[in-house]
Design a protein around this ligand. Structure first.
Ligand code: HAM
Length: 419
């Protein structure tokens, strides 16, 4: 019990669950590194203007969900609601685009959105993300999708689906947008939805209400209105995914909650999660660099929600084995023995052998119980009599066999046994 609890919408990542969390981070980190991505970390908060400009002033994220505050110097700052705008800001600020393109970066961290908390939706959440900045090659879109798919599969996930769309470009989207608006304006919708038609009509396609869905069943679709270049790009992406046997579902009504997207957009959804089914999402954002004052740097990326990925693993019964706390556990009875065992444990750690010991003057029985709970393979047991004889007992915890070993040989013997 404590007087305080974690704030609403946040969570403590506790053991043994935290093991899965770390495993996901390590796995994606290795996979992305092997594909040429380098790690980047940007600040937890940025100038508010970055997100207004980057994410888009009409999005729910910016209008309703940002944690914005003024610091003591009177600056307006915002806890990052997503990673892409900040990564682009950093690439531009540090001229990372001066060398070989695309610049490939990956990141892992906490993001903040003031949303209504529910299963799979929290106000602080963790994403792993990857961005390829500075190439308009549709093959990079496919590379990104393939890496996310492979990552999920390596975690043992099977029941996820890839939803794919193209949002067109600055040429063809405005034409489509006007057509969609024309269609939507003629419908009998509530005032709020009519207001949305004027600001962000694509969002209306995402309306979950069945009565709205029925009304918009015949709405024009973006994929029927792509310009030649966008259509070619989209056809390439789909063809290459087919070639790689990566299954996708054409989802012409897929709308993402961020304004920077164009052309390829996608989402990974998992069917075992209920309402918050998106375990990851991403797409192309060819205009973001210029929106932030940079040069023409067409880019594509994704971010995956770690919390939802963990829920998906749980739904599919995928567990990560919790490794033993250590290989060797020290049990000392008496003060002099405690000092000797602690010295041995320290030496084992220097030799990269995971080791721990019973602290706090436990009696033999309690200390042996702690040894077996630790999952260690061997215990070093030392009593005062052993010390007088200059030995420690090395106990094999799998079968209880115990052998006396001279004190100065303990580390060497254990090293040999554990090889
Ligand atoms: P996003 O779709 O907003 O995209 O978020 C990506 C993923 O983060 C979601 O699919 C979901 O798994 C997780 N997520 C989002 N909000 C929450 C929440 N409140 N609670 C738990 N999990 C959440 C982006 O953030 C883009 N920056 C992705 C991107 C990168 N696009 C291009 N590059």
């Amino acid at each position: 019990m404590s007087t305080f609890n974690a704030p609403k919408g946040t969570f403590d990542m506790l053991p043994p669950y935290s093991e899965t969390f770390n495993r996901i981070r390590i796995q994606f980190g290795l996979e992305l590194r092997d594909a040429g991505f380098q790690y980047i970390e940007t600040p937890t908060f940025e100038e508010t203007g970055l997100f207004l400009r980057g994410v888009g002033e009409s999005t729910d994220i910016v209008t309703k969900e940002m944690y914005t505050f003024e610091d003591r110097g009177g600056r307006s700052l915002t806890l990052r609601p997503e990673g892409t705008a900040a990564v682009m800001r950093s690439v531009l600020q540090h001229n990372l685009y001066a060398g070989r393109l695309p610049v490939k970066l990956w990141y892992f961290g906490s993001y903040y959105r003031y949303e209504r908390p529910q299963a799979g939706r929290t106000r602080q959440f963790t994403q792993v993300g990857a961005e390829a900045i500075g190439s308009d090659d549709p093959l990079v879109d496919v590379e990104m999708i393939a890496l996310a798919t492979e990552g999920f599969q390596k975690l043992g996930l099977r029941d996820f689906r890839l939803l794919l769309n193209s949002l067109g470009c600055r040429e063809c989207r405005p034409v489509y947008r006007a057509k969609l608006q024309e269609f939507l304006r003629a419908l009998d919708l509530d005032a709020e939805t009519h207001a949305r038609i004027e600001i962000n009509p694509l969002r209306v396609l995402d309306d979950k209400r069945p009565e709205v869905q029925a009304l918009i069943a015949d709405a024009p679709l973006i994929t029927d209105h792509l310009c030649e270049a966008c259509a070619e790009h989209h056809t390439f992406v789909r063809g290459m995914l087919d070639e790689l046997e990566i299954a996708y579902e054409d989802t012409p009504r897929l709308v993402r909650g961020l304004d920077y997207y164009n052309r390829t957009t996608f989402e990974f959804v998992h069917d075992g999660l209920g309402a918050q089914s998106a375990i990851g999402g991403g797409g192309r954002y060819d205009g973001l660099s210029e929106d932030l004052g940079g040069p023409d740097l067409p880019s594509v990326g994704w971010a995956l929600g770690i919390g939802r990925t963990m829920l998906a693993m749980e739904a599919e019964g995928q567990t990560v084995e919790t490794p033993a706390d250590c290989d060797v556990y020290g049990v000392a009875i008496g003060d002099a023995a405690r000092r000797a065992v602690f010295a041995m444990i320290t030496q084992l750690r220097i030799e990269d052998i995971p080791a721990d010991m019973a602290f706090g003057g436990k009696k033999l029985k309690g200390a042996m119980k702690a040894a077996s709970q630790s999952g260690a393979r061997y215990a070093i047991v030392v009593g005062d009599r052993d010390l007088t004889e200059g030995v420690a007992q090395i106990k094999d915890l799998s079968n209880g066999d115990q052998t006396p070993v001279p004190l100065d040989r303990v580390v060497t013997v254990l090293k040999e046994k554990l090889q």
